[in-house]
Each structure stands twice: as C-alpha cells, then as structure tokens.
Design a protein around this ligand. Structure first.
Ligand code: SF4
Ligand code: SF4
Length: 168
C-alpha cells in the first residue's frame, strides 16, 4: 500500500510517458534512418551515391566543363531514406555522407535550409517550386554530363592528333 502511494506521488511529479501524437510529431526512435547529410570537402565525386539511389534523389551537375567540377544536389522530399547511398559511399566512414536520425520536416510555408543538404534545396525559396525545379535540374545535370563527355572526347582526340603529328 505504501509502495503504491510512493509510486502515485512519483507519477504526479514526473513527466508524462505518453506523447502528443497526432497533435505533435512523434519523436524518431534511436537509429532512425532519416535525412542524408553531405560534406563536400570529403567527397571524391565518384557518383556512386547517385548511381545507386532508387528514386534518383541525388544528382550531380557539372558546373565547369574544363575542370570537370561537379555540385551535389539532393532532394530530401524525394528521398525514401533507404540508406543505400551511405552504404555505397567510399568516404562515408570519414563523414562524407551520413544519415541523420531525424526525418526531413514536412514542406510548409518555407523549404528547409542547411549547407549539408547540398546545393539544390538551398537555392529554393518557394516550396511549391521544389518539384518543377528538380525536374529542371535533372535535365540540366544530364546535359552537363553529356557536354563533359564530349569535351573529354574532343580533348583525347586532340592529344592523339598532336602525338601523331609529333611523330611524323
Ligand atoms: S537514402 Fe536512399 S533514397 Fe535517399 S538519397 Fe540515399 S539512396 Fe537515395
Ligand atoms: S559516393 Fe560519397 S564520395 Fe562518392 S560522390 Fe557520393 S558523396 Fe561523394
């Protein structure tokens, strides 16, 4: 009886064990596979994350053809949180790609901003434009890859021709 009384007193002063869901978001459990975070400084631009991503939520765009410089773009609203990109990343252990234990907040009046989310989402202000801008980026990224491939091909051909001329 005394024990029950003590427990009741404890419960009166302790925090509730229940959560306010559905009126507040439920907290993610430990180990939850959430949003993908990127560190450009550690990236070797091998494209493995892009190639393995099932919904195509990662896209690299070549932003400078001569140097081959690429930019990482991630669409957190397309991501299915499978973690395949992190598993495929050769620099993941060093922290190049990591999976946060929290989900991406729902799209509201504004779009989430964080340098760790790559270029795409940080350049968008209107949430209604995410889908349209992503489609545009997909086309741009594919075109930039083709241009880079053509540039490299032309460079190789020029080098071969120069070599042949030198040996004449
Ligand atoms: S977690 Fe899965 S869906 Fe999300 S970016 Fe990585 S591979 Fe793509
Ligand atoms: S797999 Fe890792 S190292 Fe390779 S491009 Fe993606 S983030 Fe960069």
């Amino acid at each position: 009886m005394i024990q029950m009384f003590i427990e009741s007193l404890k419960n009166l002063v302790s925090k509730p064990e229940t959560i306010k869901y559905p009126f507040a978001p439920s907290p993610e459990p430990k180990g939850y596979r959430g949003t993908i975070l990127y560190n450009e400084e550690l990236c070797i631009f091998c494209d493995k994350c892009e190639n393995i991503c099932p919904p195509g939520a990662i896209k690299f765009e070549v932003v400078d053809i001569e140097s081959g410089k690429k930019q990482y773009n991630y669409n957190p609203y397309l991501c299915i949180y499978c973690g395949a990109c992190v598993d495929a990343c050769p620099k993941a252990e060093e922290g190049c790609l990591t999976q946060a234990e929290v989900r991406t907040p729902v799209m509201g009046e504004s779009v989430i901003k964080d340098p760790k989310l790559g270029y795409f989402i940080n350049e968008i202000d209107n949430p209604k434009e995410v889908e349209k801008k992503w489609r545009e980026l997909e086309i741009r990224a594919a075109k930039s890859r083709e241009e880079l491939a053509e540039y490299k091909k032309a460079k190789r051909a020029a080098a071969k021709a120069a070599k042949a001329k030198a040996s004449e």
